[in-house]
Write a protein that binds this ligand. Structure first.
Ligand code: PLP
Length: 381
């Protein structure tokens, strides 16, 4: 039968093959993927149940345990960005009415508050001005007051550039039967993390920052304690896609279909993790620290100041104070358009006050610092 309906060509663009500007991504993320990662992603896809692909998933799991320093069997990559892995931690462990205590000292603490509320949590917060961190005493007092089922903290607050110390927090949580949930999106691969040593029960991250991959395959891990809470739930996990009991059947021994994994992203993540292991975790952390100190010194030489106290500054993300009378947005635009360098602007309390400069993964190199500082010098005049 011949169709009588004619095709509407209004939206059919006649485009040339994709070309994008070659930017140096020194903002809050994504950062540039390592060339070897891009090459790995440019490999023929396998089927998501192919034994060769399942073996690659095993390698990802093992390497994730290495970079996080955990023995958690349930350590996987979530198909989605860091926010999906973030949502997975709460969706699986929060039951309606559970008290969830969240440390809010920036934008991503607030995102956790919003998300936990959507899963029916009785959300309580402790707050700090943006750029500061919680002391162990403050955390201890809050745990005593709220006795929460879950305490959520952001290890590396990307909106402020501050590193939340986590030593001894897990021990405190155990006194109250509290699960410790930690956002490591801007720390994994670039900032020392010892999940098991610190008693962290739930953690998530992303692929596009310290690991030097593209966004879309996001690390997730849960301890035996967190798994027990999931298994004892009275209600089903409200989010089908992120339900770890279902996902565990794909990542675990059963190997049953759950969703079609983004195959090439997993290739990229596997290569990114392989590169971290090849460099060695300690060297990788040291490289991030050394290069960020070079950044701070170089920025100071051109008269710029950092927003966060040195002790708590992140090696991966620096908030740089915009000098009086300078239009921060205009400077960032000029860096992008004239110098092909992306830096981020401030969010929330820090909007208009800081630039956010990331040195993460492949981009954590002295050449990135030199290029940025030379460009800034020129733009600021
Ligand atoms: N948490 C933190 C601390 C982040 O910096 C980000 C993103 O930058 C996220 C969560 C969300 O990750 P994504 O943008 O990959 O969804």
């Amino acid at each position: 039968m011949t169709s009588t309906i004619s095709i509407n060509d209004n939206h059919s663009l006649k485009l040339s093959p994709l070309e994008v500007p070659n930017r140096l991504l020194l903002g809050p993320g994504p950062s540039n993927a390592h060339p070897a990662v891009l090459q790995a992603m440019n490999t023929t896809p396998l089927g998501h149940l192919d034994p060769a692909f399942l073996a690659l998933m095993d390698e990802i799991q093992s390497l994730l345990r290495y970079v996080w320093q955990t023995e958690n069997p349930h350590t996987i990559a979530v198909s989605g960005t860091g926010t999906a892995a973030m949502e997975a931690t709460l969706a699986n462990t929060v039951e309606p009415g559970d008290v969830v205590l969240i440390g809010v000292a920036g934008y991503f603490g607030n995102r956790l508050v919003d998300m936990a509320g959507r899963y029916g949590a009785d959300v309580r917060t402790i707050t700090k001005p943006w750029g500061q961190v919680f002391s162990l005493d403050e955390i201890s007092t809050a745990l005593e007051t709220h006795k929460p089922a879950i305490l959520a903290l952001v290890h590396a607050e990307t909106s402020t550039g501050a590193r939340q110390p986590l030593e001894e927090v897990g021990e405190l949580c155990r006194k109250y039967g509290t699960l410790l949930l930690v956002d490591t999106v801007t720390s994994l691969g670039g900032v020392p993390i010892f999940l098991d040593e610190w008693g962290v029960d739930l953690a998530y991250s992303c692929s596009q920052k310290g690991l030097g991959c593209s966004p879309g395959a996001s690390p997730f891990t849960m301890s035996a304690r967190a798994m027990e809470k999931l298994q004892k739930r009275e209600t089903k996990v409200a989010n089908w896609y992120l339900d770890m009991l279902l996902l565990g059947k794909y990542w675990g021994v059963e190997r049953t279909y759950h969703h079609t994994a983004p195959i090439n992203l997993y290739y990229g993540l596997r290569e990114a993790l392989r590169l971290v292991a090849e460099e060695g975790l300690a060297s990788c952390w040291q490289r991030h620290q050394k290069n960020v100190e070079y950044l701070w010194e170089s920025l100071e030489t051109i008269g710029l100041k950092m927003h966060v106290e040195k002790e708590f500054r992140l090696p991966t993300l620096t908030t740089v104070c915009i000098p009086e009378g300078v239009d921060g947005k205009a400077v960032a635009k000029q860096l992008l358009l004239d110098h092909n360098i992306e830096v981020g602007g401030g969010l929330g309390e820090l909007a208009g006050k800081v630039w956010r400069v990331g040195l993460m993964g492949f981009n954590s190199r002295p050449e990135s610092v030199d290029r940025l500082v030379a460009a800034l010098k020129e733009v600021l005049g």
